[in-house]
Design a protein around this ligand. Structure first.
Ligand code: ZN
Ligand code: ZN
Length: 143
């Protein structure tokens, strides 16, 4: 995702309205690697600017996704999550208990398809989800 300033310019170029509310959303997404739900993002934004509605957050996030600035991902946590890291291909750690999602850099060695599984399919990208328990959930499970 671009910086909040660059996003402001891009929205104007695309003919989209840039409001202080939208700029507040840009700022909160910038550098956020927690993969928030739209609702969680709304709560954070509202702490700073109480006039931002959930609908505005939803619309802004979808505009950003349409432009390829963020990705909306569903990793089986029951909710759609916002991933501002749309530039770099990366994998995810997914906690099956609390829904925590963390980025994992793609290792040099990309998992290869077993021979015979490709059957004419051409592969563009590979994404791996490592499912399990985060630190906090694992320590509760141990007790
Ligand atoms: Zn967890
Ligand atoms: Zn991610």
């Amino acid at each position: 995702m671009r910086t909040p300033e660059a996003l402001t310019d891009r929205f104007r170029e695309e003919g989209l309205r840039v409001t202080p509310q939208r700029q507040c959303i840009f700022r909160h997404l910038w550098g956020d690697d927690s993969h928030p739900t739209v609702e969680a993002l709304h709560e954070r934004v509202r702490d700073e600017m109480s006039t931002v509605s959930l609908k505005t957050v939803y619309q802004t996030v979808h505009d950003l996704a349409d432009m390829g600035e963020v990705r909306l991902i569903d990793l089986g946590t029951g909710t759609q999550r916002v991933d501002p890291n749309a530039e770099e291909t990366h994998h995810h750690l997914v906690c099956v208990r609390c829904g925590m999602i963390r980025d994992v850099p793609v290792p040099e060695e990309v998992p290869r398809l077993p021979s015979g599984a490709r059957r004419g399919f051409s592969v563009d990208s590979v994404e791996v989800n490592y499912r399990g328990l985060c630190d906090a959930c694992a320590s509760v499970a141990d007790d």
